[in-house]
Design a binder for this molecule. Structure first.
Ligand SMILES: [Zn+2]
Length: 319
């Protein structure tokens, strides 16, 4: 009887460890195969040392399966912008990160598209921080997460400013923020549709370019290859940037070779809690880009003083 119990327990352990290492959607590379060498948490969250520079933090939100995107930007003169807020369940993690950075108020928050892994965390944030301006595309969506998000905005008297391709503004004195897609025509068409698929909504994500003197960053949210093709066709001269937030969390729905060739990123960062696709990872490596993923490198800071650029991952890892 005792032996049988031990055997059952052992089998359970084996099954659990298999489930952990082969999470759905992930391919071969798992975080368990990576050896962590050093942890630079304090350095990544140190704002004092980087005062006067552009600071971009790709935040690592941990969840069982999906965790979503969230990127926090501080201009050299102290203005702040948050691109997406991750899942509902990771809202408190994001809140703690902002505490760590001593941020009570955010000048611009962006909801790139109405999916739960991008707007969910705003359920928490709309309560805990003072938000000046909310930017989003004007899109219909009928999920509960979206209606809670809209209700919380109304409660806090925040009216969204709708943005689209061609809109731009300055974050502080020196940072240019420009929206490269979706176009007004695409949004208008989408608003007339009865039902939009996940793919349609992902392709209508705001694509944002942030420029500071010699350096530029591209934030692509969840666009697929279809929208990448449009960007390569119509905006090619604007795509050549230093740092790319890989589309759709580094998934194989996106990151076509033509898009990578146009962007030519020095650094590619994937906001993901699992490594999505080996092929995509290899494609970026072959293009000469350094590739980072929040699932592996933790929170990632990129600092630019306009002339030099540095990347500081929270975890330095050996693969
Ligand atoms: Zn997403």
């Amino acid at each position: 009887m005792f032996h049988r119990l031990v055997y059952i327990l052992l089998m359970l352990l084996v099954m659990i460890s298999l489930m952990v290492s082969i999470s759905p959607g992930s391919t071969v590379i798992t975080t368990s195969s990576i050896e962590t060498v050093t942890l630079n948490t304090e350095e990544v969250f140190d704002t004092k040392q980087n005062e006067g520079s552009l600071q971009v933090r790709y935040l690592h939100l941990k969840a069982d399966r999906k965790s979503g995107d969230s990127i926090f930007i501080q201009s050299p003169d102290g203005y702040t912008m948050l691109i997406d807020a991750g899942m509902v369940d990771t809202g408190e993690q994001l809140d703690r990160y902002l505490d760590h950075l001593s941020v009570d108020q955010i000048d611009y928050v962006i909801a790139t598209h109405p999916h739960h892994d991008h707007i969910g965390g705003y359920h928490t944030l709309l309560q805990s921080r003072k938000i000046d301006t909310l930017l989003m595309p004007e899109l219909p969506h009928t999920t509960e997460v979206y209606s809670v998000f809209l209700n919380k905005m109304i409660e806090k008297n925040i009216r969204p400013t709708y943005v689209k391709e061609g809109d731009r503004f300055k974050l502080g004195e020196n940072i240019d923020v420009e929206f490269l897609s979706p176009s007004e025509g695409e949004l208008e068409k989408a608003r007339k549709e009865k039902k939009l698929s996940t793919r349609d909504i992902n392709n209508l994500s705001l694509v944002i370019k942030v420029t500071y003197q010699d350096h530029s960053f591209l934030f692509t949210s969840d666009i697929y290859q279809k929208q990448e093709k449009q960007l390569v066709h119509f905006k090619k001269e604007l795509l050549d940037v230093d740092v790319l937030d890989a589309p759709h969390h580094g998934d194989s729905t996106s990151s076509s070779q033509a898009f990578i060739n146009a962007v030519k990123p020095r650094y590619t960062i994937m906001s993901a809690n699992i490594f999505q696709s080996d092929k995509v990872y290899e494609r970026y490596l072959k293009s000469g880009s350094e590739v980072y993923a929040t699932s592996i490198h933790g929170n990632i800071l990129v600092v630019s003083d306009g002339e030099t650029i540095r990347i500081i991952p929270e975890k330095k890892v050996k693969r």
